[in-house]
Design a protein around this ligand. Sequence first.
Ligand SMILES: NC(=O)c1ccc[n+]([C@@H]2O[C@H](COP(=O)([O-])OP(=O)(O)OC[C@H]3O[C@@H](n4cnc5c(N)ncnc54)[C@H](OP(=O)(O)O)[C@@H]3O)[C@@H](O)[C@H]2O)c1
Length: 296
Amino acid sequence: MTTLVAGGTGRLGSMLVERLREAGGAVRVLTRAESSAGALRGAGVEAVVGRAEDPRAAAAAATGCSAVVASISGFGGTAASSVRTVDGAGNLELIRAASTAGVRRFVLVSSLTAAPRARLELDRSKDAAERALRSTDLDWTIVRAAPFLETQLAVMGESLPATGRTTIYGSAEAEVRVVPLEDVAAAVLQASSGACGGGLIELPGAATSLQAMSEALHRAAGTDGRSRRIPIGALRLMAVTARPFAPFLARAAGAAVVLHDSGSKPARGGAVARMPAPVLDAAARASLTPAALARP
Ligand SMILES: NC(=O)c1ccc[n+]([C@@H]2O[C@H](COP(=O)([O-])OP(=O)(O)OC[C@H]3O[C@@H](n4cnc5c(N)ncnc54)[C@H](OP(=O)(O)O)[C@@H]3O)[C@@H](O)[C@H]2O)c1
């Protein structure tokens, strides 16, 4: 009963691998990096080296597994490895490989804003993968998550060790909706074990402000609360004008705009909970570890 975690070296994926191993399950990871595969094998985890969009690598990774978790992302990649090739083609190939190999369950980690005509290419690629998965006979679950709290804190806190200042992308008072990694991991693990019925799971997260996130980072670091502000107008402009020469910068600016606007959208399914301060503080502490800061 092996579970493949494609993206098992990532922020969410490494948490999933850890939890699956703690529960005594057999785990396999698909990674592009020989060095990561070596470290995983040394820790007793099976590893397949390759790209998800490569049919041979996807088949080798899926064959013999009872469940596949697709937690890959090309958001931080270059043109050769982008959201289109990873979140789009890579997920499609994993779905195809799982179907061919007779895998029972497939869990796709998607985005809350996935839609055919979404603003971000990431969300359009996720939507294509969702539609492909729904059309299979696999026992599927789609986990649509809000932006991860820990990822946003790491982005805001990246400048903190060197400058003593966080970076606030947009207005400090802006309300945003973010979801703690633990909540995403719990939903994915339930789905991959068959403990829930499958289908669509939406994780809209809880509301907080960019200022509250910045303050949590300063509390965690013991610093004095200063921040550098990037105006929302500059981010909107960068999301469009940087596309031809700095695609990552454009993607990051676009994602910051979507996050910045997320709190002003009416919530599907009623009122939105507020992010509890202890959860914010714990995530800020976790985001400031050297290992967390080293992540792309
Ligand atoms: N971060 C967020 O705020 C957020 C919000 C909603 C949904 N999500 C989704 O949640 C999932 C996990 O996100 P994350 O932030 O934890 O990801 P992450 O830390 O950026 O990790 C990305 C993973 O994708 C793998 N990967 C990249 N290109 C690949 C390729 N061509 N073939 C195979 N693997 C490849 C990387 O593995 P190697 O480098 O080892 O190859 C890495 O393990 C993703 O599907 C993401 O889209 C994220």
